[in-house]
Design a binder for this molecule. Structure first.
Ligand SMILES: Cc1cc2nc3c(=O)[nH]c(=O)nc-3n(C[C@H](O)[C@H](O)[C@H](O)COP(=O)(O)OP(=O)(O)OC[C@H]3O[C@@H](n4cnc5c(N)ncnc54)[C@H](O)[C@@H]3O)c2cc1C
Length: 490
């Protein structure tokens, strides 16, 4: 690994990988991921990527309308326009780069329907689209000579300096070092791990948002969090396996603890209502039945069809002793996606010069208050490419060298992190800002989150991954709860 780079990319999900692939060979890139390259929210994506590829049976205008309706018209219309019109080009590009999308009998990309979409426009690879995308992009990035890829390398600090940034890096072996870059693209993913139960992978601790916030970047709508109604309700697992919307799309019923369908009592669209509506219905029915037991039932469909259509869901449920062709699937809502994040313009620029953000950690405004299914991989592709293009254009006239790396070594020793902070943060977020918020609990929970954050900032703790992630979770909780409090007071 070098020490001086043109661009540092933090993250190896769809956003970070696709950004890296945009740069010509003269521009040298450092791409880091804090765990193995395959561990990201991107690689967990099941359903697919939404885009208009067939302008006879579909229309950009319809995709735009569907996105705005799902987002409760709180979207940035300009960003939605860019997403929808430019997205198809990026989807075709990643196909060219080796993503194995499913094809129909005519050899064209197969397009499926998901809740909230008025047309069949979701391209996919069975029910593991994210892995197909990241596998192909990782293979491409590893071939690029201008990209140094460092997995198991955590960003633990990011300081602004004349001409760029100095980044503190910590490897899984415990080695600490600094690297310098003229530009930084934060592509560090979401915040799911701030909740007790989430579909997000272990990396989703809001680190990038925390570093951007510390640098003074504008953070917008961090309390706009999406809860998925149907995550597999495993007894003890924090990371909950998603039972994709497509299962309801194919006709599965949602049942309460008494085996009764109930969603139509709360919304006439029944099981096919948008995510937030179905999650709400489950919470209201939970209060009405005084039970958290809920099920998805697709047992009345042909078993061969179910196994072929949902091979990954079938296999994962089987590991939990549930055969979805015969048994009802236990489900409950959990945290799934972050609509807000580091505020960026249409070129991924944050309010801090030279700092860019893309993917789930960013707020482009495309999702409004509620993301339309399968729009997030598309957002990651379109806006990470735009960020990279903007940096390429700026680098052409930028003769400032990357900042000098400080002489002093990163801090090595410190106090051991006390047990329980992460658990406490998760509990207090789950308690007051879950599907149906409880504003009366916010002031007390915010005070406690702030106390934890103050201690983490000032307690002289050893710089470890555990420490950095605990600090990020506390920072995210404080920003979210402050925003909720301000909105309630307004
Ligand atoms: C179960 C599940 C199913 C989904 N299904 C779909 C779907 O069908 N369609 C769709 O459009 N979207 C779907 N999504 C959402 C979508 O997958 C994500 O929003 C999107 O992939 C995020 O991509 P990203 O590149 O921004 O972040 P990620 O893919 O999460 O990548 C983040 C990267 O940042 C790195 N990182 C984080 N912090 C640090 C640090 N401090 N130092 C170094 N590296 C760091 C991580 O190691 C990782 O490499 C799904 C999400 C989940 C969880």
């Amino acid at each position: 690994m070098n020490k001086y780079y043109d661009v540092l990319i933090v993250g190896a999900g769809a956003a970070g990988l696709y950004a890296a692939l945009q740069f010509p060979k003269e521009i040298n890139i450092l791409l880091i991921s804090k765990r193995e390259l395959s561990l990201s929210n991107s690689s967990l994506a099941q359903g697919g990527v939404a885009c208009v590829l067939d302008t006879i049976n579909d229309d950009y205008k319809l995709h735009i309308e569907d996105t705005l309706t799902a987002g409760k018209n709180k979207n940035n219309p300009e960003a939605v326009e860019v997403l929808v019109r430019e997205g198809p080009g990026d989807v075709l590009k990643i196909k060219e780069l080796g993503v194995d999308f499913d094809l129909d009998s005519k050899g064209e990309l197969q397009k499926t329907l998901e809740a909230g979409h008025s047309r069949h426009r979701i391209v996919h690879h069975k029910d593991s689209t994210g892995k197909a995308i990241t596998d192909a992009l990782i293979a491409q990035v590893l071939r690029r000579k201008n990209v140094d890829v460092c997995d198991n390398t955590l960003l633990f600090s990011l300081e602004k300096a004349e001409g760029g940034f100095v980044a503190g890096l910590l490897t899984s072996g415990g080695e600490k070092s600094f690297a310098s870059a003229k530009y930084c693209i934060m592509a560090s993913g979401g915040i799911g791990r701030v909740y007790q139960y989430t579909t997000n992978s272990a990396i989703a601790t809001g680190d990038g948002i925390t570093f951007a916030y510390k640098l003074g970047a504008d953070i917008k709508h961090l309390s706009w969090i999406q809860f998925h109604p149907t995550a597999f309700a495993a007894e003890n697992d924090r990371e909950r396996f998603l039972i994709s919307e497509a299962v309801r799309g194919e006709g599965a019923y949602l049942l309460n603890c008494n085996g009764e369908r109930f969603v139509h009592k709360y919304d006439k669209r029944g099981e096919l209502a948008p995510r937030d509506v179905v999650s709400n219905a489950i919470m209201l029915e939970s209060a009405a039945t005084n039970s958290e037991k809920f099920y998805l039932d697709i047992t009345y469909k042909d078993p061969e069809f179910v196994k072929n259509r949902f091979p990954m869901i079938f296999e994962n449920c089987l590991k939990e002793n549930i055969d979805i062709t015969k048994d009802r699937i236990p489900i409950f809502p959990c945290q799934h996606y972050l609509m807000g994040g580091i505020d960026v313009d249409l070129h991924g620029r944050t309010s801090v010069d030279r700092l860019y953000a893309a993917g789930e950690c960013s707020h482009t405004g495309v999702h409004g208050a509620n993301r339309l299914a399968s729009n997030s991989l598309l957002e990651a592709l379109v806006f990470s490419r735009r960020a990279a293009q903007d940096i390429i254009a700026r680098l052409a006239d930028d003769s400032t060298p990357a900042p000098e790396i400080p002489e002093e070594k990163p801090r090595t020793k410190g106090k051991e992190l006390p047990h329980g902070y992460r658990t406490e943060i998760r509990r207090l977020m789950q308690e007051c800002h879950f599907v149906i918020p409880r504003p009366e609990l916010v002031p007390g929970n915010l005070r406690r989150a702030q106390e934890i954050l103050d201690d983490l900032e000032n307690g002289g703790y050893e710089l470890s991954r555990d420490y950095v992630e605990a600090r990020s979770l506390a920072t995210v909780a404080v920003i979210v709860l402050k925003e909720v409090l301000e909105e309630n007071d307004a």
